[in-house]
Design a protein around this ligand. Structure first.
Ligand SMILES: [Zn+2]
Length: 483
């Protein structure tokens, strides 16, 4: 690294608060969030009059919520002045920042649709183009590409949040994180993560290959102690590699499964094979990726509540739903300057879980594991909603399964689901086990009893390393939707 770059890195690092976290901190993410709340109260009179001049250890749930509401008011004022989209939106809705005094008031603010962002990304831009350090285009899993703009402050903020989250799952100075997102066009969280680690002074190696042996070789050579990657890839690697090696001998401390849901069947396999916890991570590109991370009590994902405010609403009424009740996740970014988003619909189905948490955290809220996307649900049989990941638990619990694809078709008046399962082992045995497991699902039992759903058809194929495509959909609906 040249001296200039080293100096720039040192300056950036000195601005991060995650680098100041105590080595012995039991809950680095919570400590980091509370420090940020306390620092904001110190500098902002409006917040200080509400929560007082607090020390980080004095920040409780109420103070954290007041901080978040203060930040929402701030972002509303900021976007009113600087974003064409929000200027028009707030004016039309007749809502002003001062109307937002408690959590329930948030529903007065109209929701922001992803489609609006896709159609007019520039309308969200709040700073001059010269202040944009990075522009990011989302891959558009739901068919729409959106452009987001980040200032230098935004990027540092994201880096800081990533570092705090990594420390929270146990990463320390002596650890090496192996980043395993097989590169897909226009979608590369690996690169972002690698530079975040570099700025934060954490050791990381970005291993983008889908070659399993190569991944293991890098692990050994770099003395990797933590893994983060695309969930389905980490799982695939584990099923294939454990046949050849004792994966526990690598001494991995934690596995972070990202960008896709982590079914319990996969978690069990990963934890048994590596002998360490497998934790889930969820973040939206629109929210700067590092939004939540699961803790070791494995009952939901902690939110970086200094930067993001999650709400869970009933999508039909727009009302907030209760703690641990399913609904749609809505996000507000509390600190972004480039393209801040206020009450942005995620279309992801989850729940809000209030603190305290079994891990000992007292203030940070959690969200439940993502159940699916509202715009990717299909209905089968009696009208049961099925999400792409509904069959994960049933199919993946069969030992030797690497992955699967399911297609919904029409067979006469009945719905038919065809599964193509990649399986290591005797194909006849695999087919039988997967069929049995699927038929034990309530969705199938009921649909078949009522003669609206045909028995699932299962085809078993051997592992195909060369043609594996990261992030391909697990459930495709091929029925004519307009019948
Ligand atoms: Zn926890």
């Amino acid at each position: 690294m040249n001296p200039f770059k080293r100096l720039m890195l040192a300056i950036a690092r000195s601005r991060l608060s995650s680098t100041k976290l105590q080595e012995g901190s039991r809950h680095p993410l919570e400590d980091w969030v509370c420090a940020k709340v306390a620092a904001t109260a110190k500098g902002e009179a409006e917040l200080r009059t509400i929560i007082g001049r607090v020390r980080p250890e004095e920040v409780d749930r109420e103070a954290l919520l007041e901080y978040q509401l203060f930040k929402v008011r701030h972002q509303m004022r900021y976007t009113l002045e600087n974003s064409y989209y929000y200027k028009a939106k707030w004016g039309k809705a007749g809502v002003s920042p001062s109307d937002i005094r408690e959590y329930e008031d948030l529903i007065k603010i109209p929701l922001t649709e992803p489609m609006d962002l896709a159609e007019d990304s520039m309308g969200f831009l709040c700073v001059s183009q010269t202040k944009v350090m990075r522009a990011f285009t989302t891959s558009g899993t739901s068919g729409t590409r959106k452009r987001l703009f980040y200032t230098r402050g935004d990027v540092l903020n994201i880096v800081d949040a990533i570092a705090a989250a990594l420390k929270d799952v146990g990463m320390r100075g002596q650890d090496t994180l192996q980043i395993m997102f097989p590169t897909v066009a226009a979608w590369d969280p690996g690169l972002m993560l690698e530079s975040a680690c570099q700025v934060a002074g954490l050791r990381a190696v970005n291993a983008t290959t889908i070659d399993i042996d190569e991944q293991l070789r890098i692990m050994r050579e770099r003395k990797t102690s933590m893994l983060i990657g695309l969930t389905s890839f980490l799982y695939r690697l584990t099923v294939l590699a454990k046949e050849k090696e004792d994966l526990r001998s690598f001494g991995i401390k934690a596995i972070i499964c990202s960008a896709e849901p982590l079914p319990e069947a996969m978690r069990m396999e990963l934890e048994q094979a590596w002998g360490c916890p497998a934790l889930s991570q969820y973040g939206m590109t629109e929210m700067g990726l590092a939004t939540t991370i699961e803790c070791r009590s494995q009952d939901g994902l902690h939110v970086d509540a200094a930067d993001y405010l999650p709400e869970v609403i009933d999508p039909t009424t727009g009302q907030h739903v209760k703690d641990r009740t399913e609904g749609e996740l809505v996000w507000t970014s509390l600190c972004f300057e480039g393209s801040p988003l206020v009450r942005y619909r995620s279309y992801d189905i989850s729940m809000r879980i209030d603190p305290p948490c079994g891990c000992g955290m007292l203030t940070l809220p959690k969200i439940g594991k993502i159940k699916g996307r509202m715009d990717m649900q299909s209905k089968v049989g009696l009208g049961d909603k099925v999400y792409p990941h509904l069959f994960d638990e049933a199919v993946l619990k069969v030992r030797g399964v690497l992955g699967y694809r399911a297609v919904i078709e029409k067979a006469g008046y009945k719905d038919l689901l065809r599964f193509k399962v990649e399986y290591m082992g005797d194909p006849k045995e695999g087919k039988k086990l997967v069929e049995e497991s699927l038929q034990s699902l309530d969705e199938f039992k009921l649909g078949m009893e009522n003669d609206l759903l045909a028995p699932p058809e299962v085809e078993v194929v051997p592992p195909d390393q060369e043609h594996w495509v990261p992030k391909s959909p697990t459930l495709v609906d091929k029925r004519n939707q307009f019948e």
